[in-house]
Design a protein around this ligand. Structure first.
Ligand SMILES: [Zn+2]
Length: 251
């Protein structure tokens, strides 16, 4: 753990978090995530570089567009801060290692995919295929580092396949959920994928029942499952090995 490195990781998280905001907004609208540059969604004015500094610009602009005064959602700085915090925690736990890079990429994919699913209840193939390509890339890199690859190939097939079976039997989930689990399995490997699936059903169940009991949703409403997979995968990155060891110790 090195303070300068830690600061770099936080800045990287803030900058990428800002980019993820663009992805979360534009991908469901079918817009390019690169062009044009950032503009106000209300008055369409191009936003200058000095107004695009993550979190800081939001504070200086008091959460309003410089040109038209339209309120900027608190979600933008929140996503930037959450991304930076997750990156920093991954670095704190894994140091400067191969796993840090891999988990930062997985967390990035999950933030974008999870937030889009929360907004639209849709999972976009362009996002999950990007995840599969990165996942396979890390498996190839693992092969060259002699880190073992079977665990990850099986993890992807098992996690995605498990959800596919649930879809075929119950029709209660979407194919997007199977795609997200395939991506998570490729990154997490078989053992941690079991933890991830277990956590996502527990958290999804608790939140789902809570939403129905509090009458925010009724029983027929569609509750997207992707955000639960995303949260569970992030928890698995931090707690998965403890949960696996705990269960191993029981038997
Ligand atoms: Zn504006």
């Amino acid at each position: 753990m090195n303070i300068v490195m830690g600061i770099y990781i936080v800045i990287l998280g803030l900058l990428l978090g800002s980019f993820f905001n663009v992805c979360i907004y534009r991908i469901p609208r079918g817009e390019s995530i690169v062009f044009p540059g950032s503009h106000c969604t209300n008055c369409n004015n191009k936003i200058k570089g000095y107004d695009l500094i993550p979190v800081i610009s939001y504070i200086f602009l008091k959460g309003k567009c410089r040109y038209c005064g339209e309120k900027i959602s608190l979600r933008y700085p929140a996503v930037e801060l959450i991304t930076a915090a997750i990156f920093y925690l991954i670095y704190l736990k894994y140091g400067l290692m191969f796993l840090t890079v891999k988990y930062i990429v997985l967390a990035s994919l999950l933030i974008v995919i999870g937030m889009i699913d929360l907004d639209t209840t849709d999972v976009y193939f362009s996002t999950t295929i990007t995840g599969v390509i990165f996942g396979i890339g890390f498996i190839i890199a693992s092969y060259f580092f002699n880190l073992g690859i079977g665990e990850f190939i099986i993890g992807g097939i098992a996690a995605g396949g498990f959800i596919a079976v649930i879809i075929l039997i119950t029709r209660g989930m979407g194919w997007g959920d199977a795609e997200i689990c395939l991506v998570c399995g490729l990154f997490l490997g078989f053992k941690l994928s079991i933890v991830m699936l277990f956590l996502s059903f527990i958290i999804g169940g608790i939140v789902g029942i809570g939403l129905i009991l509090s009458k925010i949703k009724n029983r027929k409403d569609y509750i997207p499952f992707g955000p639960f997979i995303a949260v569970s995968s992030l928890l698995t990155i931090f707690l998965g090995e403890y949960i696996v060891n705990y269960y191993m110790a029981m038997f």
